[in-house]
Ligand binder design. Structure first.
Ligand code: FMN
Length: 203
């Protein structure tokens, strides 16, 4: 397994530094049921507005439900399907648009579902697994294929699996896998006290 652990000026937790969205999955290595349950348990404990837990995850384990996994794969756009076809586990994260406690619109449903997806991704990193989230899929098709009720919005597909060793990564994706990870500088996205005022590094 090769890592793309980032070096940060300020120390962050190793799991956060290690997590990245690779595309080279080892199709021969299935996930144990224990690993899958550990991922969903991590997602389960995400925080949510009013504790409403608006996320729903559909799980497609290639080892035990090839038909469902095939259907999920077929919902991806071609550019994602090309590499996600090697991932032994696919998930679909959906967000409730209605608060279960009062039937009102839940404007935090998608926010909370993202938090659950990140919990799952970090738990995967802790287990030596890789997750790649995908917005590139046909949401209407997933709705039809998996009978997703109207009040739930299909948000992201997730590919999960073990990484291929570096020497086994196919040439067509090797370059992309090796790309340096990058982010905006802190002052572009993190303000202090007033919109647009960069956070102060040293007071
Ligand atoms: C909601 C969401 C949708 C994404 N959609 C895609 C996608 O359709 N295809 C893809 O290759 N990567 C997709 N990504 C992965 C991002 O491109 C990736 O997270 C970003 O470039 C940062 O890289 P890192 O996760 O390795 O740090 C998506 C990520 C998120 C969170």
């Amino acid at each position: 397994m090769f890592t793309k652990k980032i070096e940060t000026k300020v120390a962050i937790h190793e799991l956060i530094a290690m997590r990245w969205s690779g595309r080279a999955y080892d199709s021969a290595k299935m996930l144990t049921r224990e690993a899958i349950m550990s991922l969903v348990e991590a997602a389960r404990w995400a925080p949510s507005c009013f504790g409403d837990q608006p996320w729903r995850f559909l799980v497609f384990d290639k080892a035990t439900n090839k038909t469902g996994w095939d259907k999920a794969l077929s919902c991806l756009v071609e550019g994602n399907r090309d590499w996600a076809k090697e991932a032994p586990l696919l998930l679909l994260a959906c967000a409730d648009s209605v608060l279960s406690q009062n039937g009102k619109h839940n404007r935090w449903g998608q926010y909370d579902t993202g938090a659950a997806a990140e919990n799952l991704s970090l738990q995967a990193a802790a287990l030596g697994l890789m997750v790649h989230q995908m917005g590139g899929f046909d949401a209407d098709k997933t709705r039809t294929e998996f009978a997703i009720p109207e009040q739930f919005t299909p948000m992201a597909m997730m590919a999960v699996g073990y990484q291929l060793p570096l020497e086994a990564i196919p040439d067509d994706i090797k370059e992309r896998e090796n790309n340096a990870r990058a982010r905006n500088t802190l002052d572009e996205n993190f303000f202090e006290g007033h919109w647009g005022e960069p956070i102060i590094e040293e007071l």
